[in-house]
Design a protein around this ligand. Sequence first.
Ligand code: HAM
Length: 445
Amino acid sequence: MEHAAFVILDQSSMSKPLKKAKGGKVRPQLLRGMKDILPQDAPYWDMIRRKARELAESYSFSRVETPLLEARDLFERSIGEHTDIVSKEMFTFTDKGGESIAVRPEWTASACRAYIEHGMVNQPQPVKLWSFFQCFRRERPQAGRYRSFWQADYEVIGDADPVVDAELILILYTFLKELGIQGLVQINSLGTPETRRKYTRGLVEYYKKHARKLCGDCKVRLKKNPLRLLDCKVPECRELVTAAPEIIDFLDDESRKHFMSVLEYLDESEVPYNLNSRLVRGLDYYTRTLFELWPDREGGENIALGGGGRYDGLMKLLGGRDTPACGFAMGVDRVVLEMKEQHITPPRQFQPDVYLAQLGDRAKRRSLKLFNDLRASGVRIIENFSQDGLKEQLGAASDAGVRYTLILGQKEMLDNTILLRDMENGSQEVVAFEKIVGEVKKKLG
Ligand code: HAM
């Protein structure tokens, strides 16, 4: 779970308060905290999605899509009733049939539900699943924290080996690195549920002694979800965290061994990490390894670009067989912000080779089919049929960096020809209309 204190502000596409337009009509607007992805930003999303797929394929993850809506109870049971996500942030409603429904705030619970429901336990284990999707949390909106956001999520179900934890951390680290972001892994272990119980008792004992100094939220956390006391951002509470007991001192032997082994794999793989005994994350299903990835730059502390951990008890809790599992989700919106912060731009995805310019009604009518024939034959071609002037069209062709422009004007219509203009040297040749597809293909090689 993130602890972000964000400084990067990019809320240009986020919702503003309702405004009345002229004539007193209320203009439709985005819901508060929700976000549109506009054309100038879509290439970032595409780049991340491509990287997500490439890594998933390399590491043999299979893609699964689950519905946006699930039974509310699924998230309550898995994420935990007293977590912020479930108690404050889920979008829920009762449908017309009286069923209590939640809009997914994350994907792990849905992946487990799908694993159980479709009998994936009978497939060779582990089952590796991934997805790229939108989820929703009714958080207080700020830069990097939205009510609608995207995640790329990877889950390995059915293997308790620490190599799985390390592989997932390596994937998250590599994901960011290959996008141009240097990350630092924050890692901790929560041990078994028993460790967690003992540690929680230790924490409560400690915090009870300082209860007077706690902020209002922490007073509630002390009763309902003491681990989250370590996450508070209020300065007085942060001071108390420094002297609070550390979970590492409570770990049982098996969990300690597991944790050490994960760290050894990370050392061997040269993944930089920071042992962070205060990392607790905001979802109750975790056992043993917990991790987040923060940008490794000044000011990047506490911006979780992704996070995850092991959740060995969840499958059983949801009524499945006792099955160990581990996973993570990367926060796509935050990665985009970080890319912009670091001036990383997505590569141009579609570089056209040819521009089709037309002049006059008859030429325009003929251009529509010609364009589609050229495109279908594999030529990377663009047009702007809304533009009628030749000057404007040639300008657009040169802005797009095409190698050739085809010009179909009134004279060419009469002669049944078309002009082929080389954009580099400005030379033009007349080509018989019926030969143009072959000619363009020949020129492009
Ligand atoms: P999470 O830490 O709640 O974990 O979310 C993962 C990432 O999603 C965060 O590190 C952050 O980058 C991004 N994120 C979370 N909330 C928001 C928000 N309101 N706006 C923008 N980005 C956000 C999970 O969701 C777990 N299901 C991860 C996991 C998978 N654990 C095991 N398997």
